[in-house]
Every structure is written in structure tokens, then in C-alpha cells.
Design a binder for this molecule. Sequence first.
Ligand SMILES: *[C@@H]1O[C@H](CO)[C@@H](O)[C@H](O)[C@H]1NC(C)=O
Ligand SMILES: *[C@@H]1O[C@H](CO)[C@@H](O)[C@H](O)[C@H]1NC(C)=O
Ligand SMILES: *[C@@H]1O[C@H](CO)[C@@H](O)[C@H](O)[C@H]1NC(C)=O
Ligand SMILES: *[C@@H]1O[C@H](CO)[C@@H](O)[C@H](O)[C@H]1NC(C)=O
Length: 516
Amino acid sequence: MAPKHRKNPCRAFPLFAFVLQLLVFLSAAETNDDGEYVSGVGDPGMRRDGLRLAIESWNQCNEVGEEVPQMGSPRAADCFDIYKASAPPAKESDCSLCKSLPYVLVHRVTDKDNKLGVGEPFLGVQPKALSNADLYAAEKELYLGSKCQVEDTPNPWQFWMIMLKSGNMDTFAGKCPKNGHKVGPFGPDKGFPCFGKGCMNQPRIYHDYTTLQGTNRTTLTGRFYGSWDLDADLSKGMVGNISYHSVTWKKEVGKGSWVFHHVLRTSTKYPWLMLYFRSDATFGHSGGYHYPTRGMSKIIPESPNFRVRFTLNVIKGGGPNSQFYLMDMGSCWKNNGQPCDGDVTSDVTRYSEMVINPNTSAWCNAGNFKLCPPYHTFPNGTRVHRTDAARFPYAAYHLYCSPGNAELLEVPFSLCDPYSNPQPQEILQILPHPVWGEYGYPTKQGEGWIGDPRTWDLDVGRLSQSLYFYQDPGTPPAKRQWMSIDLGTEIFKDPDQVAEWTVSDFDILVPKQSRH
Ligand SMILES: *[C@@H]1O[C@H](CO)[C@@H](O)[C@H](O)[C@H]1NC(C)=O
Ligand SMILES: *[C@@H]1O[C@H](CO)[C@@H](O)[C@H](O)[C@H]1NC(C)=O
Ligand SMILES: *[C@@H]1O[C@H](CO)[C@@H](O)[C@H](O)[C@H]1NC(C)=O
Ligand SMILES: *[C@@H]1O[C@H](CO)[C@@H](O)[C@H](O)[C@H]1NC(C)=O
């Protein structure tokens, strides 16, 4: 049974005879105290009342595959402007409604837009996308972006992005390419969960549009939620043995930050699920996605010069296999250091994450250094090789895996999963450790975890510059530009687990001179 969900509330206001006045928003490009840095995101610190938010869902290889009937393409947005009614004319001074409704929200994305599904045309859609659920979703994202876009310098921006992903893979369906090359059916492969035909389905996504709540109607709140279990009855909430995703957002008009409250639950049929809150590129491709994207990062942060600030409150961890990412960054460059160009066989997605779940241990160790990067670089520039057991900080690394198309890897090595991205990927996962303290990261397991909410100010730029990533020997170093900066968790093959957390105050600070 489908739960009740609010329709676009703008249709519920027949009051537009009033003259509406646009509220003055906070300045979008906020300079910090020393004047050296500016915000690289459209909504610095999540303080803008007029929210810009979208949701997307990916299958194991970052595509749609098939849409869920009646759900449309798994892209939706909640973007609105907030207005204040002007003083009513004198003869209507008893207009009680004006007092009880001081603010009015005008939604930019209708229910019809959000429900658009493959085959249904919209402004700007390419003909070939109409019959292809993968291309359709990518173009729907651009369309929603056009409705949400905010003009700004140096670039317009569109929305924060909630990302859902299921790790289920039907190897017999041959849907996911291997390191970017199409492959036929294979299996069985115990590495990938799948309960049978249809296991790669998209989730149901329900939407409560943002409305004004509270006695004074000054609390803005809304929600996206749903389940991958298509037969789940969500009318009573997250009850029973079902997968679940939910992001609720809330803010007092004119005060503080938005607070995004996340819940993710795995089930027997969907034991490997991801829920991230992302600041993606506003144009070009974002991390892990081989289609043009829309997002919040109007300036793409580049190593070594940027910082990321946010408040994170982990309420439930998601079990021992929840790889909770304090910071997850995604980029793309070729093994010869050149920028990616959309060729999925030579583009390589590069990820780095700090996993803050204290249950996550270092798989990299002196006895098994194939899961360690070849070397570690200290803040002073000193490099130590992984064979240098006396000096290499093994405990600082959960795992390192190499791109499947790298030709000159140092042995021993471990290749990354060749299926879970449209292109080959490289992953470096770090753990809280004193070697990262210099960059403001946690230095001890448990920091920032349950019961220890914190506001972080991370020198992600310098840290990401120091990390090892593969390049062919002798090639000029890639520009490390991070098209996706996100927070969230990946519950890895562990049914019946619940993670819950809030994110607020998010900002990315970039040097002022990079604004051009
Ligand atoms: C509602 O507004 C009144 C008058 O301004 C104020 O005293 C009260 O605290 C407000 N209530 C809430 C829940 O914000
Ligand atoms: C969920 O279902 C699975 C199999 O159907 C079962 O093994 C597990 O115990 C159930 N968990 C709960 C909390 O009911
Ligand atoms: C996970 O960590 C918690 C807290 O440190 C501990 O109590 C629990 O035993 C750990 N579980 C596993 C499976 O390691
Ligand atoms: C650099 O830092 C490392 C780790 O703290 C230390 O062992 C090494 O001596 C330092 N090198 C120099 C040249 O200061």
C-alpha cells in the first residue's frame, strides 16, 4: 500500500492576489574572517531559507536499469522560494490570514515534474533518452536543475543531492560493465547480493514537499523516504523487516542552518545500501557518474587548497559493517594524469573516504600490504614505503585498491571492484589516526561517532593532495579536482541494520583567487 504523501502545496494557496515581496537572502558568496577564502557552494553553511534539494537513486553500476512502475524516473527535487505577504490595504486591516500566514512558499518543481518517467517528454529532452531509462534519468536531472537553478557568480548552482544506491547485482543479467567494458552474464558470484530476477530494482521514493509548520508557521520542513522492498507497507513507518531510506529536512525561517536527518535500514533482500548527502558539480560530470550532473559546488574544489566544514551527529551507526564516511570525495582522471573525457574504458573514478565507524579495522597491515597504498606521505613531505614496517602508519589505512586498467602496478596489489562504477575505479579508505591530525581529521577511533556530535573544519585539500593515487610512471600529476564531496554511509552486506545521523552547517571553502 502506498502511504499518503502531501501534494505540491503551492496549489493549496489561492492567495496570490497579495503583492509578494522576495525576502532578502543571505549573500551567496560569503568571505570568511581572514578574507582569503570564499565559499565554493551555492548555499554556504546551509543557511538559505529557499531550499534547493534533489534526490537520485543508482543501481550497482550507477545507472537506473529499470524504473519502478508508477514511481517515474528516480530523480526528484524540492526547490522553493519563500515570500512574505506585504501589509494588506487599510480596508482589509482585519485580514487575519495575513497574520497567520506570514510566509508563503512557492515551489518550483511540481509533482508532475517529479513523477516524470521514461517515455514522457519534457523541455529539452533528447529523443534517444525517451526510450532509455538510464539516459532519461540523467536528462531529468538536468531538467530539474533548470527549474531549481539560482543565478550566482562565478557560476549558477542548482541543489544539494541526496544519493541512494543499492549494491545488489544480478550477474546473470549482464547489466553492469566490467572496468567500463560490456560483459555478458556470469555467475553465480557470492560477492554480490541478489535474491533473484529483479534484485537490482530502484527504490520507491515518496515526497512530502516542504511546508511551513509550527504554531507560528515559521518552521520549514519536508521529506523524501521510501524502501527498496517494493511490497513494503510504509504507512506505519519503518516497521518490520524492510529496507528503508529517509531524509527529513528542517529549518526555522531566518535562523541557523538546515538540519538534514538521515535514516538508512538494510533488509534481507537489500543488505548492501548507501545513502549520501552530496555537494556535486553544477556542470560537467560528478564523481562516479558518467553523465552531466547538477549540484551545489559552483566552484570545484582542487587540492591542496580547500577546506570542508560541517556538523555531523551520528545517532545510530548502522552495525559493524556500516562504512560511515566522515568525508567522501570523488574525482576522475586518467592514468596518464589527463582529465576524464567520458571514455569509460580509460577514465578512472578516484575516491577517498575516512571511515569513522570504530568497528572498521585496518585491513592494510605489515603482514598484508597489498591492501596498503605503495607509500604514505607525511605533512612535511617525507614519503615512507609500505615495506618500511618501522615507519609506515598501517593503522591509518582501512584499504587501498587499484584501478583495473592500471598497467604498471607495484606488486602485490588488489584491484577494485570492476563492476560497481561505469568506469574503472580506485579507492583509498583511511581511518582515524594521529597522522591525519594535522588536517583536522579524527586521530582516535570513536571521535565524531555516536554520542560525540562535532562541527568539523577539515583541511581536505591538503590531505587529499598528500594521498597516494595511481598514475603511470613519468606522467605529469593530475589536477585533483573533487567534483563530489559528500557524507553518509554504505552498509556493506549486512541485513537488518539501521543508521541514523544529521548533517548541518555544510560548507566548502576555496581560495578567493580561484573565483574567475
Ligand atoms: C511564536 O511567536 C510568539 C510571538 O512572537 C513567540 O512568543 C513564540 O515564542 C513563538 N513560538 C514559537 C514556537 O516559535
Ligand atoms: C528478517 O527476515 C529474515 C529472513 O526473512 C530473518 O532471518 C530475520 O531474522 C528477520 N529479522 C527480523 C528483525 O525480523
Ligand atoms: C563494534 O564496536 C562496539 C563499540 O566499540 C563493540 O561493542 C562491538 O563489540 C563491536 N562489534 C564488532 C562486531 O566488532
Ligand atoms: C617528517 O615527518 C615524519 C613523521 O612525523 C618524521 O619521522 C620525519 O623525521 C620528518 N622529516 C623531516 C625531514 O622533518
